[in-house]
Design a protein around this ligand. Structure first.
Ligand SMILES: Nc1nc2c(c(=O)[nH]1)N[C@H]1C(S)=C(S)[C@@H](COP(=O)(O)O)O[C@H]1N2
Ligand SMILES: [Mo]
Length: 334
């Protein structure tokens, strides 16, 4: 199969490509910068890339401690990073309402500390884990990924977190574990969208991956973005990020991770199985029944600058992930 790839990925810290666009957007101040210069900078600047328009916020103590030892820029994209303001005010998080501006307006009230995540099912080490115990055995990495929503808009977000595979391995999956199932918090008192009687989704929001997808090095668990803790509207305190799949797979505010034997039910598939599949790999050749998936609006855009670009197979990550689907009919398994 011939795969177009406009984007270069760099996996691993020894293979960081200095991207001119990335570098010009902000000061890059991790270990790459000479010590002399670094020493003369204010202390806060040593923390990592400085995203100009970011609203700073302090995370819990464990988060700030972990941040100091982050592998900045571990995976990058050539694309321009989306301004923080757009990434935090144009959201899908139906627990807080179905309007793009609802999450920014209402998610602030969600209490994210303390946070417990159940790890269960086909694992040797099931349990209720405090978020920090799940995350801190691994080093933070920064990963700049494209996020392509099934609604044909996209952004580029610098996430902070750890590989999903780390958490799965630590749980010691049994031989029966074939899929991973994720569940969002269900709490209508904190999540007004769940209290609405007109809600479409059968709460809690749930998602799933095949085991080999979940173990793929690009599959990521984010606890931060833009060098800081995750804003609530982006899925604090813990969300999945699967950059080669439509955004709805990247489930927010996770409270349960279950290793299971058969393919789990997933929210958008339950809602409209003919429109949203379990796989949901970004695919410009398979249109949504109601619109084309061949192009996307890259945010920020406007009436006068629609900023429409071609959508790439697997969202530009085909080189890395196409092998997972060898021999599968991607029209059937959409
Ligand atoms: N729990 C939950 N997770 C969710 C959603 C949601 O409504 N609820 N929306 C999904 C969709 S459709 C997209 S495109 C992304 C959007 O992530 P962002 O708001 O951080 O850009 O979150 C996904 N995760
Ligand atoms: Mo989406």
């Amino acid at each position: 199969m011939l795969i177009r790839s406009r984007h270069r990925l760099s996996l691993g810290e020894n293979d960081v490509t200095p991207e001119s666009i990335y570098l010009s957007r902000r000061k890059f101040m991790s270990g790459v910068v000479g010590l002399g210069l670094a020493a003369s900078l204010p202390r806060a600047a040593l923390a990592g890339p400085d995203y100009e328009d970011v609203t700073k916020a302090k995370g819990p103590e464990w988060f700030e401690a972990q941040l100091a030892d982050t592998r900045w820029n571990a995976i990058t994209a050539e694309d321009k990073v989306t301004p923080f303001d757009d990434a935090t005010h144009y959201n899908n998080f139906y627990e807080f309402g179905s309007d793009k501006s609802d999450p920014a307006r209402y998610a602030g009230q969600l209490k994210t500390v303390p946070w417990t995540v159940a790890v269960d099912g086909e694992v040797g080490k099931p349990g209720q884990y405090a978020l920090e115990d799940l995350i801190t055995p691994s080093r933070f990495e920064e990963r700049i990924y494209r996020l392509r929503c099934v609604e044909a808009w996209s952004m580029v977000i610098p996430w902070l977190g750890i590989p999903l595979a780390d958490v799965i391995k630590r749980a010691e999956p049994t031989g029966k574990a074939k899929y991973v199932r994720f569940e969002t918090l269900e709490d209508p008192k904190q999540m007004p969208g769940q209290a609405s009687r007109f809600g479409l989704i059968d709460w809690p929001y749930r998602e799933g991956l095949r085991m080999d997808e979940a173990m793929h090095p690009l599959a990521f668990l984010a606890v931060g973005m833009y060098g800081r803790v995750l804003p609530n509207q982006n899925g604090a305190p813990l969300r999945l990020v699967v950059p080669w799949k439509y955004g709805f797979k990247s489930i927010k505010s996770i409270v349960r991770v279950s290793l299971v034997e058969s393919q789990p039910e997933t929210s958008w598939h339950m809602l409209a199985p003919n429109e949203y599949g379990f796989y949901a790999n970004v695919n410009p050749e398979v249109d949504h029944p109601r619109w084309s998936q061949a192009t996307e609006r890259r945010l920020p855009n406007s009436l006068f600058n629609p900023n429409v670009i071609d959508t790439l197979p697997f969202n530009g990550y085909a080189e890395e992930v196409a092998g997972l689907y060898q021999g599968m009919d991607l029209r059937k398994f959409y």
